[in-house]
Design a protein around this ligand. Structure first.
Ligand code: NAG
Ligand code: NAG
Ligand code: NAG
Ligand code: NAG
Length: 486
């Protein structure tokens, strides 16, 4: 019997401990043990029982970019026997999943680092049973999904690293339960905006790292918070140096902030300027303005599509809203409602124009304090008049002027000819002595041609007036043809 057990143990040992041979162990002065299994290219979490050491306080199972472990799952059974561990590191190990409650037997766990893995999802149950956890490092897990429950079981953490996790946006109340949070690292993500409330409810916060994100501005509401904090990192953000960011340049923040390394990304004239070198007066805002719209009047058949394009000015870039003649409002860039879309660039798109769209539309560029607007007339034509869409452009007064000028030019041609004849055929003396009659003939000829040309111009303009009044497509075509003949 004992022999069988012995054989069995040998087999188990062979199977389970096969790749744990090179873990090193170390004892400290307090007779606590550390197990170090770094750089072993492991495929399993080594069994800790095997070391027979007590108590094991520190475990490290790690590699680096060139020495990855391949441990797809941290199992619930992996750490059953090591209840005294206070620090656990499993990094560079291609971990994809952590079984629910995987750490729950390590009730003393204070530090947990799972950096540079491929964690796919985390939730409250991942961290069940480790309520004393103080430091959590999840950085470098770039495809990890988690929700607002993630901290439910670890509310006393004081150091949290969510750097390099491809985060786009963080809910304003995401950290609210973390009353002991002292250090918050969110570097190297893609965060574009931060809510004013994101950090205001974190009484213990001392150190915030938001470097290498996409932030253009920092809420002025953070001002009092920054006064109590020790360190704030904002480098490598595309900071927009306008009036909203001027507060950040004030003296008290320069020691807290890495302001010596901050660079303005905008507005254009301040681009690449060192933050500290920009004078106060250059941190300016420009009020919202509707600069101009492509047309002031649109004429469109019912059920047709209409887009109204305007240009807007202002720094910061203003919000845009459109008000329908009946008062209905379409508010905000890149928003849709019914058949109406306000594009990111502020353009209004109406997919199918209704009779109720007829009238004066108002476009407003605004921020919280000021606004500017412009009215645009939309004329909605009834269904039977959808054809006119294809009418060639109607003559404008300038067109008439143009034709008139051309006629005038062509009428000068004969005049030039006549003067040439005069010059060539008869020197002044000849005309004076022998050719008074000749001279008269030339003048009569000149007058006749000039009046003919004048008559033609007159006729032409009459015809144009006629065509303008009738606005018939065929007519205007004729006039175009006539114009060519001239
Ligand atoms: C947490 O995630 C695991 C899978 O990773 C899932 O099985 C479990 O139901 C989730 N728990 C909660 C509370 O969402
Ligand atoms: C709105 O624009 C005005 C004028 O540029 C500016 O002074 C003000 O700070 C802006 N308000 C906000 C909240 O952006
Ligand atoms: C516009 O909004 C849609 C969803 O509402 C979103 O997918 C898209 O990325 C937004 N586009 C821009 C330019 O913000
Ligand atoms: C604005 O966006 C719309 C829809 O995305 C596009 O059709 C239009 O050409 C854009 N206009 C300008 C002026 O960029």
């Amino acid at each position: 019997m004992t022999f069988v057990v012995f054989i069995l143990m040998l087999v188990i040992r062979q199977v389970i401990f096969v790749n744990t041979e090179d873990c090193r162990t170390k004892e400290n002065l307090n007779h606590e043990f550390a197990v170090n299994c770094d750089f072993l290219k492991l495929t399993l979490i080594p069994s800790m029982v095997r070391f027979g050491l007590n108590p094991i306080k520190f475990i490290s199972i790690s590699g680096d970019a060139n020495n990855l472990n391949n441990i797809p799952t941290i199992r619930k059974t992996d750490f059953q026997a090591v209840s005294r561990v206070t620090s656990l590191v499993i990094s560079w190990s291609q971990v994809k999943t952590v079984e629910d409650g995987a750490f729950e037997k390590m009730a003393d766990l204070k530090t947990l680092s799972l950096t540079d893995n491929e964690l796919e999802s985390l939730n409250a149950t991942t961290f069940a049973g480790i309520p004393l956890l103080k430091e959590l490092d999840l950085s470098g897990n770039r495809i990890c999904k988690f929700d607002e429950t993630i901290f439910n079981n670890i509310q006393s953490i004081s150091v949290l690293n969510l750097g390099d996790m491809n985060l786009l946006f963080i809910r304003e109340d995401f950290f609210n339960s973390l009353h002991s949070l002292r250090v918050l690292k969110l570097y190297t993500n893609h965060i574009k905006t931060v809510s004013e409330n994101l950090i205001l409810n974190l009484p213990a916060l001392e150190n915030l790292d938001l470097s290498a994100n996409q932030l253009q501005t920092i809420p002025v509401e953070w001002k009092p918070k920054f006064q109590t904090m020790k360190r704030v990192h904002l480098v490598e953000n595309p900071l927009h140096c306008n009036c909203l960011l001027a507060w950040l340049q004030e003296q008290p923040y320069q020691t807290t902030l890495d302001s010596g390394s901050l660079v303005c990304n905008g507005p254009q004239k301040l681009r690449y300027s060192s933050f500290l070198n920009v004078p106060d007066r250059d941190f300016v805002c420009i009020p919202p303005k509707v600069l101009h719209c492509e047309q002031s009047t649109y004429s469109v058949g019912v059920n047709q599509q209409l887009s109204i394009v305007c240009e807007y000015g202002g720094d910061p870039v203003p919000e845009i809203k459109w008000t329908r003649p009946d008062g209905q409002v379409y508010d905000g860039r890149n928003t849709s409602e019914g058949g109406y879309h306000v594009a990111e660039n502020g353009t209004l798109l109406i997919y199918r124009v209704l009779m109720s769209d007829n009238g004066l539309w108002k476009v407003t560029a605004y921020n919280q304090t000021t606004s500017d607007n412009m009215l645009i007339n939309v004329i909605v034509r009834k269904a039977e008049r959808t054809e006119p869409q294809t009418i060639p452009p109607i003559f404008k007064p300038e067109d008439c002027n143009f034709i008139h000028n051309e006629a005038a030019i062509s009428s000068t041609v004969p005049v030039i000819k006549i003067s040439k004849i005069l010059e060539k055929g008869s020197p002044k003396a000849d005309v004076a002595t022998a050719g008074i009659d000749m001279g008269n003939i030339y003048w009569v000829l000149l007058a006749a041609i000039a009046s003919a040309a004048g008559a033609m111009v007159g006729l032409l303009c009459l015809l144009i007036m006629f065509c303008k009044r009738n606005k018939k497509p065929n007519r205007s075509n004729q006039i175009r043809a006539f114009e060519h003949d001239i």
